[in-house]
Ligand binder design. Structure first.
Ligand code: HEC
Ligand code: HEC
Length: 332
């Protein structure tokens, strides 16, 4: 059994022979018909027979032999079909002597194109994301990839035009805007869920929404916020006592300006009442390292990319440090 034929189209051999029979009988039938017609000839000077019917009053039909070019073309087609059926799948289950399958052809082409693509990508894959972001070629490739895989949700300009899709070109981030965080967002996706109506009624939702606004130092109704303070306990388990969330775990910070669903009182009340279930698909399996590297650089370079935290100070410590570290290690 060859690849692409793992699941046979036929559940019993009957259909196999049935298809073979109608294919062969049709071809033989056409050959017989052509043979019959080829025999007809007119002697020099002889007139073709007049058929016994007339249309539209006086339109008559003559029984001329079929033109030679037409007959030869038909024989040619039959010859072609026989060769085709020997080489390619077509006669029931017979796979053809070339063992060609559309599935294998697709896999071959994809492997070849991926290999070409990866060759172009190779230099970028091992470079720093921020350096890749500055390369015009990489940027153009990243843009094409973004339009293909990301624009449906984030908009072709990455500004999250669609409601509830984050803007990727501003300086506010839900899950971090340094290269590693962006790469993690793209490869692993996000599927955190906020349960609906945790507070039970819309009045409490409004109070807590005002408390959330107060946590971020934004304009709010002080009395409502005060009433919402204790009720925020229902939220603190995920978003933290201070509302700053935990980006790594997918719990957004409620005190910054990065809103996915809107930061107005009404939008926050809606979030609380209805719950939210953002869905950023994980792209690691579909795109692979090379494309994700380009996309990370592209998104990083859109204007909001953050520089990663400086490396641990140990690296820059004076020469005496290694000795001190060794001493410390011995002391343990
Ligand atoms: C099906 C819609 C959808 C597609 C397609 C999609 N995203 Fe997203 N993306 C989202 C949603 C929704 C979020 C917010 C996730 C959340 O809140 O849990 C998000 C979040 C992100 C984030 C994190 C943003 C932040 O503020 O931290 C990045 C980066 C990102 N997407 C990049 C991409 C890239 C690059 C692609 C294309 C490979 C892509 N996305 C394709 C829906 C999508
Ligand atoms: C079980 C954990 C959990 C609890 C409890 C929870 N949230 Fe959330 N919340 C989330 C997650 C996860 C998201 C992100 C959803 C998404 O990306 O679609 C979220 C999103 C939000 C947002 C939208 C942020 C934005 O960027 O638009 C607001 C506002 C919010 N929560 C407020 C609250 C309030 C107020 C409470 C208490 C009533 C609460 N949450 C309780 C997990 C929780």
């Amino acid at each position: 059994m060859i690849e692409g034929y793992a699941v046979p189209d036929f559940v019993s051999d009957f259909w196999n022979y049935y298809v073979i029979a109608i294919t062969v009988i049709s071809i033989l039938g056409v050959m017989w018909f052509l043979k019959q017609q080829s025999g007809q000839k007119l002697a020099p000077g002889e007139k073709a027979a007049l058929m016994e019917h007339a249309w539209d009053g006086d339109l008559q039909e003559l029984n001329n032999p079929l033109p030679k070019w037409w007959l030869y073309m038909f024989w040619g087609l039959i010859f072609f079909s026989i060769i085709y059926l020997v080489l390619f799948p077509g006669l029931g289950k017979f796979p053809g002597v070339l063992n060609w399958t559309s599935a294998a052809q697709y896999t071959d082409e994809k492997t070849r194109i991926d290999a070409d693509f990866n060759k172009v990508m190779e230099p970028f894959l091992h470079e720093d994301v921020m350096k890749v972001a500055a390369d015009p070629t990489a940027k153009e490739m990243g843009n094409h990839l973004f339009l293909t895989y990301c624009s449906q949700c984030h908009g072709s300009n990455a500004q999250g035009d669609g409601k509830n899709f984050p803007n990727l070109s501003d300086k506010t981030w839900l899950f971090g805007g340094d290269p590693d965080s962006i790469k993690a967002s793209i490869s692993a996706g996000h599927s955190a869920e906020m349960p609906a109506n945790l507070l039970g009624d819309e009045k409490s939702a409004k109070e807590v929404a005002n408390y959330v606004l107060s946590l971020g130092g934004k304009p709010h109704d002080a009395a409502l916020a005060e009433a919402g303070k204790t009720k925020f306990a229902a939220c603190a388990g995920c978003h933290g006592e201070d509302g700053k969330g935990n980006a790594a775990a997918g719990f957004p910070n409620l005190t910054d300006d990065a809103w996915q669903y809107g930061g107005s009182e009404a939008a926050i009340v809606e979030t609380i009442m209805k719950g939210r279930k953002g869905g950023m698909p994980a792209f690691q399996d579909m795109l692979g390292d090379a494309k994700i590297q380009l996309l990370t650089a592209y998104v990083w370079g859109l204007g909001g990319g953050q520089t990663p935290a400086a490396p641990a100070p140990v690296a820059a410590a004076p020469a005496a440090a290694p000795a001190a570290a060794a001493e410390a290690a011995q002391a343990k």
